[in-house]
Ligand binder design. Structure first.
Ligand code: GLU
Length: 424
């Protein structure tokens, strides 16, 4: 069978194709000269399958879409405390290049506006890195997210740096506020080079998929940043990623996202996929008109809004059975599905409301897909309490859903890979 997904993406592109509203960014002369009709989409699943349609091989400058990734590198290289001391995480409601700083600290409000992004740029790489070393670290880091080496469009860089008076003003203010060290112009040069990196929608989809996949590039397998860094970055994207249109974006589309003035737009859906679109005409907030439309469509048609959860599946507690007789009898509590806090709570409640009656008891994980870290602690505590209540506890865990179970103080558990192991 041929997958219907490419057809679906092609159809989505043709549904927005005729919309010529919006305007090209013209404050960077080179961007104003781009072809406004370009249109492309790419989707990369969290296990690395890439689909794309339209002008998927056309490269354009990444612009502000570099910001979340450089923020990720800053967090990874300088640590959360250092980065938080210099850049806050509050949505500003201001335009991307607004000259606004937090009262009292002089910090930029978040890393998605230019002031915060220039600051994040200076926090990527080792503290004593030269400006050139820092920019290389950033290019290498963004390349690791994309799974291939990215290079700077020198034309776009020259075009922007020659008119970057506002960003220079921001960097000077940051230096005056003691937020960045060193020569402010170096920070603007490095930041402008980072914005001029050339990408295609496929690169962007893979970069977004790396965020969706807890920081591991799903195609190369390279761990780029930690899951904790990803959590921070996606949270900031969700609240501040769409310039001053962030609130409407989150309510209508509901995917952590970032747009750039060259017309790119990415969304990262944690645990599922990264999506990218490219269409250069922008709305009044600076977001790609047709890109926003496509994402609206994907949200409703693919059920991607983060705040929308699927209807409850079957209970984690699948049932109970008694196998064997007499002394050999074992009461088995079978669990199923993906177990997180709420599922584990259901197990604990079941054991409290309807206590197991046999001396020998087993918890079967044969049909369990995953056990989250909190659920793991809760299930192990259940094992410990069952032991203290006088039970011999077995865990039937053929696929290692709960590896190295240690129920702690006074708890004991015997792991078997099949039922026969306890009934015979
Ligand atoms: N290079 C652009 C700037 O700093 C990035 C703007 C954007 O994509 O929002 O002005």
């Amino acid at each position: 069978m041929r997958s219907p997904i490419p057809d679906y993406l092609a159809e989505a592109l043709s549904s927005v194709e005729s919309d010529e509203s919006g305007a090209m960014a013209d404050y960077i002369p080179e961007l104003a000269a781009a072809n406004p009709d370009r249109l492309a989409v790419a989707l990369c699943t969290e296990d690395g399958r890439l689909y794309s349609q339209g002008d998927a091989d056309v490269a354009f400058s990444i612009q502000s879409i570099s910001k979340p990734f450089v923020y990720a590198l800053a967090l990874a290289d300088s640590g959360f405390d250092e980065v938080m001391a210099k850049v806050s995480v509050e949505p500003s409601g201001d335009a991307f290049n607004e000259i606004s700083f937090e009262d009292g600290t002089g910090r930029p409000l978040n890393p998605m506006i230019n002031a915060g992004a220039i600051t994040a740029h200076t926090l990527a790489g080792p503290r004593d890195a030269t400006p050139t070393e820092r920019t290389s670290r950033i290019i290498d880091g963004l390349s690791a997210f994309a799974g291939r080496h990215l290079s700077v469009d020198e034309g776009v860089y020259e075009s922007e740096i020659s008119t970057a008076y506002r960003n220079r003003a921001l960097a000077n203010m940051l230096r005056a506020n003691d937020i960045i060290d060193g020569e402010p112009l170096d920070a603007v040069v490095g930041y402008t080079r980072q914005c001029a990196l050339l990408v295609t929608v496929e690169d962007l989809a893979l970069m977004a998929a790396t965020l969706a996949n807890r920081g591991v590039n799903p195609l190369t397998g390279a761990p780029v940043v930690s899951a904790l860094v990803v959590r921070q970055v996606l949270s900031v994207m969700a609240t501040c990623g769409m310039y001053d249109g962030a609130g409407h974006w989150m309510t209508n589309v509901g995917i952590p996202a970032k747009s750039g003035v060259a017309g790119g737009l990415i969304g990262a859906l944690p645990g599922q996929a990264g999506i990218a679109t490219f269409s250069p005409r922008l709305d009044e907030h600076g977001n790609s008109v047709r890109g926003v439309d496509l994402f609206r469509r994907f949200t409703s048609e693919m059920g991607m809004h983060l705040m929308e959860v699927p209807p409850p599946g079957p209970s984690v507690v699948r049932g109970r059975e008694l196998v064997g007789t007499g002394d050999q009898a074992v009461q088995i509590l079978s669990l199923q599905g993906r177990i997180r806090f709420a599922g584990a709570e259901r197990v604990l409640r079941d054991l409290e409301n309807d206590p197991l009656t046999q001396k020998r008891v087993a918890i079967s994980l044969e049909r369990v897909a995953t056990v989250g870290p909190v659920a793991r602690r809760m299930l192990l505590e259940a094992v410990r309490r069952l032991t203290l209540d006088g039970h011999d506890v077995y865990l039937i865990d053929p696929d290692g859903a709960l590896p190295d179970p240690d129920p702690g103080d006074g708890g004991r558990v015997t792991v078997v890979s099949e039922r026969l192991g306890i009934t015979e």
